[in-house]
Design a protein around this ligand. Sequence first.
Ligand code: SF4
Ligand code: SF4
Length: 458
Amino acid sequence: MQQDRHDINRRQFLHRLGLSSASALSMMVFGPLQALALTDKEKKTAKAALAGEGAMTYRRQNGSGEQISLLGFGMMRLPREQEEVDRLVDYAIAHGINYFDTAPMYGGGHNEDVVGQTLSRYPRDKYYIATKMSNQNQALWDFDKAKEMYENSFRKLRVDYIDYYLLHSIGGGGVENLKGRFIDNGLLDFLVKEREAGRIRHLGFSYHGDVSAFDWLLDHNDEYHWDFVQIQMNYLDWRHAGRRGRRGGDADAEYLYGQLEKLGIQAVIMEPIRGGGLANVADEIKDQMTAVHPDDSPATWAFRWVGSHPNVLTALSGMNRMDHLEENIRTFSPLQPCTEAENELLARIADQMAGFPTIDCTTCTYCMPCQYGVDIPGNFAFYNEAVTSKMLPLPEPAAADYAERQEAFIKAYRAAIPAEKRATTCVDCGQCLSKCPQQIRIPNQMSRIVELTRKKRR
Ligand code: SF4
Ligand code: SF4
């Protein structure tokens, strides 16, 4: 993979703007650094970033020429305190991040408000905002209700245009659901007109699930002229998207990315580290990485792999902790593309990981709440951690250390998950199934966890 010839760093970006000094950009774009909610140390690194040292990598959006930071800020999970959100956003903007992704359904319906509040402290032309039509619930397929959701986004985000607008999470229910949500009710035609009117700058969709919906929308590209498409892509899902425990249907990222590249549609990437799963890898995987780059974390490897693909416009990372934000900014400032040897290593690692019995939960919480109280992502996160830390799989019941290992697993499980939230409370109602973008057979996986906590007779 070659680095995109359109990649530029902040120094080149400043030059194109006709600016030559950090203070000029600081004053023009961000206001005086003193006004930001950052510590002195953070202001110092921000000043260095503005001066072009350790500069963020940008990609040019094909149609408009906009320079988009290759690291985008996924705003789905944010700290509770607005002041803490402001601090993260100030640090992100001061270090060159300019793409922020939200949706009406995030944060229990409050995320757009929070995002609007924090970004509206900046001049409107200094950030790009992405939001979505989250009408997955059939009650919102009605045109007027969906239009109300669209209009609310403007109000909550405090904007009069939206830079990147997406049909949210198409794929669940295949083409039939896609047509019900967007085509038969005239909603997509309306959104295309909104783009013509300039209230939407770029129109795209995000995809999970049944690939027939993805294919249908690309087959109709001559009609809709997609400006971008958001896909799940990381070195594991490149060739192993249809792993065990799923209901099937998810296409490999290699196929999705390839289809977009053929049509010249840029990709926005979600789940570059699979909800943290590629940041917290088994020791045997980590050892292979540190043997090559002793100081680079598994997350840095995963981000570098994604960013090395030239048709990627931006890679979204949900960063609700300052240390994660700092590390990710370092990775992308500037991005060092993976070498062929590094790509080969990651492909071998992906083959190994695909054989691990983990559950493909990204902890997105789309399936929550469970009306019976099961903490679905909590149970799956605990199980995955047990696999990664080699607590699981348990040996055969006849093995000498079986009882001891199972006892340790049960003890840790009970300490981590309160009784009313454990897998045992799942009644297999199936209501969570259609909400999971990863197509996980949630009740089946809950049964597996229950089975692990049942003592076997020897
Ligand atoms: S299938 Fe189980 S986990 Fe899913 S909603 Fe029903 S009770 Fe909750
Ligand atoms: S089970 Fe599916 S919907 Fe629920 S948190 Fe995990 S990935 Fe998200």
